[in-house]
Write a new protein. Structure first.
Length: 315
């Protein structure tokens, strides 16, 4: 089967077929004049991703129905080079196409994915990493957006469409009735910034995309990967990932993170808390059921005001 013949439905059924993808990746590497002898697949994420070259390089393959991801990631990698100092980002080596699908070849960053070690860390280690992450996201948000043409979206149109479709979206995900009934009352448009100073957003600063290494015996945030879903918009939208996927209502970690990002105590108010909860509801990959399942108190929340206080204890 040629890649160009694979439909969205077929991709879902064969995504886990390592032997098929092994052969495809080897053919691409031969085409690009790399040795295909030491490939190793990564299984996190939505794309087909392999390490090769003695773990020096990564090749990432984009299904034709996800070509927008290829275009965005190529543009971000090209524009980030030399602009991020606190952590490493992959360096673009080459890009091309094979049987109608695009691919990127980039350097492989060394380290452990944070998802693999987070639960084993001490509170002190988690605190240090939360501070690292706040500073790192701030640096990404200071990257000039000139040249990021493929990341331009109509933020106002995007966020208002999320607002318009929020009830249907969360209903389809099976959010419990008490929260669904509260949805339209809780989400108020005055908490939605429709004309922000646009920043480079990943929307996904989660432990699946963060790399850490030991430095002088301590874990240090050293790398950020995966820029396929980047776009431009309100910086506060990017603060959700660490809080929801890592900090699990830990007030100390959340406050250290937000303060290192640059927010002052006077800014950590109930208004800001409601904005974070509102963006959680409107996020394009929002999964309220997952967030509540990770926390006993959150699972008992009767409405979004209660849930916001549990998920975002910022003051």
């Amino acid at each position: 089967m040629l890649l160009s013949e694979i439909s969205i439905q077929q991709y879902g059924s064969i995504k886990g077929a390592d032997s098929f993808w092994d052969s495809i990746i080897k053919e691409i590497l031969i085409q690009e004049e790399f040795s295909p002898s030491d490939i190793k697949r990564f299984h996190y994420g939505a794309n087909i991703v392999y390490s090769f070259g003695g773990s020096q390089y990564v090749i990432k393959l984009y299904p034709k129905h996800q070509n927008g991801q290829f275009t965005r990631e190529l543009e971000v990698l090209t524009n980030l080079e030399g602009k991020i100092k606190l952590v490493e980002t992959p360096r673009l080596v080459n890009f091309g196409s094979f049987q109608g699908w695009n691919f990127l070849i980039m350097t492989q960053l060394k380290g452990e994915l944070l998802i693999d070690i987070w639960d084993q860390l001490t509170n002190e280690e988690k605190t240090n990493l939360s501070i690292d992450l706040g500073k790192t996201i701030k640096e990404f948000h200071e990257v000039p957006i000139v040249g990021l043409k493929n990341l331009q979206i109509d933020w106002k149109d995007f966020i208002q469409n999320q607002y318009k479709n929020m009830k249907t979206y969360h209903q389809e995900l099976g959010v419990k009735e008490s929260l669904l009934a509260d949805l339209e009352r809780y989400v108020e448009q005055k908490y939605i910034n429709t004309d922000p100073a646009k920043k480079l957003l990943t929307g996904e600063y989660t432990p699946f995309n963060l790399l850490v290494n030991k430095r002088d015996g301590n874990w240090k945030l050293t790398g950020v990967i995966d820029f396929a879903d980047c776009f431009l918009g309100d910086a506060d939208y990017d603060l959700l990932g660490p809080i929801l996927f890592m900090f699990n209502s830990n007030q100390s970690l959340i406050q250290h993170f937000l303060e290192s990002y640059g927010l002052q105590n006077y800014q950590l108010t109930d208004t800001f808390q409601k904005k974070l909860m509102t963006y959680t509801i409107l996020h394009r990959f929002s999964d309220v059921n997952y967030f509540t399942s990770q926390n006993y108190k959150a699972n008992k929340a009767r409405n979004f005001k209660e849930l916001a206080k549990i998920l975002f204890p910022i003051y």
